[in-house]
Design a protein around this ligand. Structure first.
Ligand code: ADP
Ligand code: MG
Length: 254
């Protein structure tokens, strides 16, 4: 199955007076790795959840390969979409293998190839019989990614999926996810508040502010000062840190 394209067609979501998503028009090419960046409350999670119908837009539509996600039953749609969020949500009373296989099992599909999926996310196969409580945070997050990909999903949605991890694990897992994306020819949307992570991993960075996409640029363009004011304010943070570290290193060695 080839990678899937995505289109948001005037998508809005209101909660009472609050417009969490405000008329988003957006096309995402099949096979791209897109980062969605923005401050807390800017509407990133809400926009992401309109893709797998955890949230229904109050206006507009979302299309995968030209087909409205609202057509057909939601469970069938969700099985085709890998979705990983911060609070992982592994079933504590199920082994790693059972957690990974839950999607195909519920659907009555052929069982997941647990060994292959563990290989894919770089976990030792022996881990299959362990319970989630016997894993580190990084290992749990890898199991969650294996589970998300088990039904053969070609669309991967990551919502602050590395948020609870220590920086070293987070960095490693980010790089691995990017490699996995390339190898499996996925279409990936990574929601993050971390501009450095977005710049390092994505092909395209979208900045969200008050429910709207206010910047849409490549990492190279952003690093060269493009993308507009909101984007540059976010790029300034890691750039400043890098500058300060460089200065500090020079002072120490001087
Ligand atoms: P982000 O993921 O960027 O932090 P969210 O999409 O979670 O932002 O939230 C966008 C806006 O919608 C925020 O103002 C938030 O308070 C509001 N919101 C989100 N979920 C709900 C909800 N279930 N009920 C009411 N308001 C909500
Ligand atoms: Mg969120």
């Amino acid at each position: 199955m080839p990678a899937q394209s995505l289109r948001f067609d005037a998508v809005s979501k209101a909660y009472g007076e609050t417009l969490a998503v405000d008329g988003v028009d957006l096309s995402i090419a099949a096979g791209s790795f897109v980062a969605l960046v923005g401050a807390s409350g800017s509407g990133k999670s809400t926009l992401l959840k309109t893709i797998n119908r955890l949230i229904a837009p109050t206006a507009g539509r979302v299309l995968i390969d030209g087909v409205d996600v609202a057509d057909g039953p939601a469970p069938a749609l969700r099985r085709r979409i890998g979705y990983v969020f911060q609070s992982i949500g592994l079933f504590p009373h199920m082994s790693v293998a059972e957690n990974i296989g839950i999607g195909p099992r519920i659907a009555g599909d052929p069982p997941a190839n647990v060994a292959r999926l563990l290989d894919l996310v770089d976990l030792p196969r022996e881990i299959a019989t362990r319970m989630p409580e016997a894993l580190s945070g990084g290992q749990r997050q890898r199991v969650a990614i294996a589970r998300a990909l088990a039904p053969g999903a070609k669309l991967l949605l990551l919502d602050e999926a590395f948020g609870a991890l220590d920086p070293v694990t987070r960095d490693a897992l980010g790089t691995e996810i990017r490699a996995l994306h390339d190898r499996l020819e996925l279409t990936t949307i990574l929601v993050t508040h971390d501009m450095a992570e977005a710049l390092l991993l994505a092909d395209r960075v979208l900045v969200m502010q008050a429910g709207r996409i206010v910047a849409d640029a490549t990492p190279a363009a952003l690093l060269n000062g493009g993308g507009g004011e909101a984007a540059q304010a976010l790029v300034a943070v890691p750039r400043h840190q890098a500058d300060r570290l460089r200065t500090l290193a020079q002072e120490r060695t001087a």
